[in-house]
Design a protein around this ligand. Structure first.
Ligand code: HPA
Length: 270
């Protein structure tokens, strides 16, 4: 894997000279952050040696390099989900590449279901911790010390001082927000009502099908993470209507404007 990652890195560095320290992974329907990036340079995933490819509708597959508020960033437009059939190593492959590109900070966003009944569709939740219910994780298998240690600490998966900064900015911008625990479920089906009861009792405020693998990998790789979960719907059994991907994307698009304002200022402040 190390040699593969280095080959991807070499290709990317041969195409762009920008040296970002901050990366952003965008969730479903949240891609409009890319519109505010200046001096953009794109690299399609399909052109990067050893890089996995996106399959889900509404997910583009490219890296966007450029500047937001004068800071150089790397945006992943389109991520890899475990439910697509990728291995956990493939899902998190881009994060390994980020480490070798010199990324130190990662902002991860997603669309997810709300379990905490004080939430409503449209709530933006800063993630303070995760529960991994995916039944797998990216660190399984032989460890390569060139990436990280065998037994990484996971006591602060989302950097507390990033959360504090993000909260302060949300207050300044008048963006309604919450803080909570995100449970990662493999999907691709939306959970059953009983699963949601269980996940809620475990202490999760929201549930989704992404973010946890990338967070685990980033912590292992020494990259500090801020996670923002966009509640696009209430979870099964709490919401009385049936789920639809179209509605999820529609709500994500509605929240995207606020999220975009918020993330720009966060990038500026991190
Ligand atoms: N559950 C899991 N993933 C999701 C949901 C949900 O309710 N909404 C958007 N992504």
């Amino acid at each position: 894997m190390f040699d593969k990652v280095m080959e991807s890195v070499k290709y990317i560095e041969s195409k762009v000279s920008l040296k970002p320290e901050i990366a952003v992974i965008l969730g479903s329907g949240l891609g409009n952050l890319v519109d505010v990036v200046e001096n953009k340079q794109y690299i399609d995933y399909k052109d990067i040696p050893n890089f996995p490819q996106s399959t889900v509708a509404g997910h583009e597959g490219r890296l966007v390099f450029g500047d937001i508020k004068g800071k150089t960033v790397l945006i992943m437009q389109g991520r890899f989900h475990y439910y697509e059939g990728y291995t956990m190593k493939e899902v998190t492959y881009p994060v390994y590449v980020m480490q070798k590109l010199g990324i130190k900070k990662l902002v991860v966003t997603n669309a997810c279901g709300g379990i905490n009944t004080s939430f409503k569709p449209g709530t933006l939740m800063l993630i303070k911790d995760f529960i991994n219910l995916m039944g797998d994780n990216p660190l399984m298998g032989a460890n390569d010390e060139r990436f990280g240690v065998r037994f990484p600490d996971m006591s602060e998966p989302y950097k507390l001082n990033f959360i504090d900064k993000a909260k302060g900015i949300a207050e300044e911008l008048n963006i309604e927000h919450a803080v909570g625990v995100y449970a990662g479920f493999s999907g691709p089906y939306y959970e059953t009502a009983s699963e949601i009861t269980m996940i809620g009792r475990m202490g999760a405020d929201a549930v989704g099908m992404s973010t946890v693998p990338e967070t685990i990998a980033a912590n292992y790789l020494g990259i500090d993470v801020l996670g923002i979960a966009c509640i696009t719907n209430m979870a099964t059994g709490i919401q009385k209507v049936k789920h639809s991907h179209e509605r999820v994307v529609e709500t994500a698009n509605r929240i995207a404007t606020d999220l975009c304002r918020w993330v720009q200022e966060i990038i500026n402040a991190l």
